[in-house]
Design a protein around this ligand. Sequence first.
Ligand SMILES: [Zn+2]
Length: 111
Amino acid sequence: MEDCVFCAIRKGEIPSTKVYEDKDFMIIKDINPQAKVHLLAIPTNHVPYLDIMTDDGAALLGKIILKISKMQEELGITDGYRLVVNQGDNAGQTVNHVHIHIMGGEKLKDI
Ligand SMILES: [Zn+2]
């Protein structure tokens, strides 16, 4: 989609540090890290919000979470990690393309 930062990153129009990429999603470093390791898992398809996601999109999110759990060592989160999806303005969703924050690499604050 036009004017979407994540779609532009996917196409290589905006630079990023990609940690992983396949046809379904990519993992990049967050440019404003909130933890020692702070990555973003971003599905390839542009879907702005969780609440308009299809069953296929939901299945993909499950696949991504499973993949993250199998990549803990590569991602530097073997001692535990937190996955967060911000939905909407009140939650601080800043890019309207569904994505999962991956945080770890240190002891995180309790929530
Ligand atoms: Zn997008």
